[in-house]
Design a protein. Structure first.
Length: 125
């Protein structure tokens, strides 16, 4: 588990690679959208977030276990992240966007990842 924020670009790159291979083109990190989604498909009005299991509290995932020290501090901090995520998701929905959350632990198997991305992007188009 890495505690360094922003270091986890590997899952993001895996998502971009698979998406690109499926033939979809996207923009990255559009600032004007709530939460700065990692991949933006403007024409489809869809966005993808790639979430680190620890930082974004992937519930039930072994990677989201809190460090043994300063448990209270981490609990508060990460709960703040989680609430901010929920708020951004609500704002996106209100603006007519649909979103997909891809967890870091889902990016390791390219076949699984491709299935997730494909069903999201093909849905309702
Ligand atoms: Zn996870």
């Amino acid at each position: 588990m890495s505690l360094v924020k922003g270091k986890g670009t590997k899952p993001e790159l895996a998502v971009r690679r698979v998406t690109y291979a499926l033939g979809y083109r996207y923009r990255l990190h559009k600032r004007e959208l709530p939460g700065r989604p990692d991949l933006v498909f403007a024409r489809l009005k869809k966005v993808i977030f790639v979430h680190g299991c620890f930082w974004h509290r992937h519930s039930g995932c072994p990677r989201c276990r809190l460090p043994k020290t300063r448990k209270h501090f981490w609990g508060m901090k990460l709960e703040g992240n989680r609430l901010r995520d929920l708020k951004n998701q609500r704002l996106l929905r209100e603006q007519g966007w649909s979103f997909l959350l891809i967890w870091e632990c889902q990016t390791e198997d390219a076949t699984v990842l491709e299935g997730i991305i494909r069903s999201f992007l093909e849905d309702g188009t």
